[in-house]
Design a protein around this ligand. Structure first.
Ligand code: SF4
Length: 435
């Protein structure tokens, strides 16, 4: 093989089998895709050791992808059950799974995922270090932080979220500019606490070149984590968030010099009127690298409904240039999501992604809606169920409320505008009241 990463291959004009597969899925020419990848504006996270992967691309001009967070926790240690959840998330349309396991034999589960799961696998090695080394945070050494990233790369993960941007300067700025909700990123809070307790520089910032070599060796995509993502509307687009984004832009350039693929993690909580501007700021400061947003959640007052608050923000973010949406479930801010919460979160994220794809004119996006509308016009219920984003729910709702007239639904019955229009245009008499 004469290239280390997909980016290097694109820059050398080598068409990889992953690029060919992504170009076909996206209905985009291979030359166009390779051009975007060479510039870093599109990526294919695909660790060379992830044997089961069905590759997907990320980039603002490609179909918007969604990520689902799963993994073991102190309250959820059954690996088989967790893997079943992963499989059902993939069947429901998740293109990526972030394994956020924080309990038990995390390595065993991670390897099982990369050996068997077709979706991209992402991890946050910072969480895992705390579990793996099983000792107080302040005693973890700089060397050990780097080693844990190497271990995840060896295990075949396609992308790693690493909070490289919160260095001592950013941390200083964060302390000077008081926030309503401080740092809400789990990985960011861990690294911040470690820097405060040890007085040392963020190991991933200090030894960024070493991290790049690891990524290059396995073709791991760096997801540059946003430790200072706003955790409430009041903190959106503040000095800490923007300061960190400037650093992430600098690190992006350094990664690209080594042909390492990069995406940028983004907010967070953000009022609707700031979202489009934030997408532009990211594109400018991070040179067009794909943006991976966590929401954004557009109001802080809807616990229990944050799949909706984030889908509203996610749709606007993706329509304005974000490439990748992290799902949010109704359990956000409240508890670990159960199976139904996961389903609700995935459906909401898929709706947001698809709505954005229609607005962006992504090839094939609108055709889906047109096929649904045609089935509606024909009152072809089986086809409508088949095309529904959640066929099970659509079928169940109709079955729960049977209409008197078979071809209509219980909403309007014999006042069914669709049925009556079809009949009158077919030359039939439409009486309504005595039918
Ligand atoms: S009954 Fe009303 S809601 Fe139902 S299909 Fe006909 S027009 Fe649509």
């Amino acid at each position: 093989m004469d290239h280390s990463t997909q980016m290097e291959a694109a820059r050398r004009g080598v068409l990889t089998k992953e690029m060919a597969a992504v170009a076909e899925k996206e209905r985009i020419g291979t030359d166009k895709l390779m051009g975007l990848m060479a510039e870093g504006r599109a990526i294919i996270p695909c660790n060379r050791l992830h044997s089961a992967l069905s590759p997907n691309g990320l980039g603002s001009m490609l179909k918007t992808k969604i990520n689902v967070n799963l993994g073991t926790s102190r309250d959820m240690t059954d690996l088989e059950m967790e893997f079943k959840k992963v499989q059902s998330a993939v069947e429901m349309g998740a293109e990526a799974i972030m394994d956020l396991s924080s309990f038990g034999d995390t390595r065993k589960f991670r390897r099982h995922l990369t050996g068997n799961c077709t979706a991209m696998i992402g991890t946050v090695p910072i969480y895992d270090a705390v579990v793996y080394y099983n000792k107080p945070l302040a005693q973890i050494t700089t060397e050990e932080w780097i080693d844990i990233a190497r271990m995840h790369a060896e295990d075949g993960v396609d992308f790693m979220t690493i909070h490289c941007g919160i260095n001592r300067d950013t941390a200083h700025k964060f302390k000077k500019n008081k926030r309503l909700t401080n740092i809400v990123s789990r990985g960011g809070s861990i690294i911040f606490a470690w820097m405060e307790m040890t007085g040392k520089e963020n190991p991933f910032y200090e030894r960024f070149d070493e991290l790049l070599e690891i990524c290059r060796d396995y073709d791991v995509t760096l997801s540059l984590g946003d430790a200072c993502r706003p955790g409430c509307l009041a903190d959106a687009t503040d000095a800490s968030q923007v300061e960190e984004l400037i650093t992430l832009g600098e690190l992006t350039k350094r990664a690209w010099e080594r042909d390492v693929q990069v995406m940028i993690e983004g907010p967070g909580h953000m009022p609707l009127n700031q979202i489009a501007a934030n997408m532009e700021i990211e594109k400018t400061l991070c040179h067009g690298a794909p943006f991976y947003v966590l929401g954004p959640i557009v109001t802080d007052v809807a616990p229990g409904y944050d799949h909706i608050t984030s889908a509203i923000g996610g749709a606007l973010a993706a329509a304005s240039g974000a490439a990748f949406l992290c799902y949010v479930t109704p359990a956000e801010h409240l508890r670990l999501p159960d199976v139904n919460d996961v389903k609700e979160g995935i459906v909401a994220a898929r709706i947001a992604a698809h709505a954005a794809d229609i607005a962006k004119g992504v090839p094939g996006a609108r055709e889906w809606d047109d096929r649904m509308s045609f089935a509606r016009k024909k009152l072809d219920w089986e086809k409508m169920f088949e095309l529904a984003i959640d066929p099970e729910k659509a079928r169940r709702y109709r079955a729960e409320s049977k209409p008197e007239k078979e071809d209509t639904c219980s909403m309007c019955g014999n006042f069914c505008a669709v049925r009556n229009m079809n009949r009158i245009l077919d030359g039939e008499i439409v009486s309504i009241f005595d039918e």
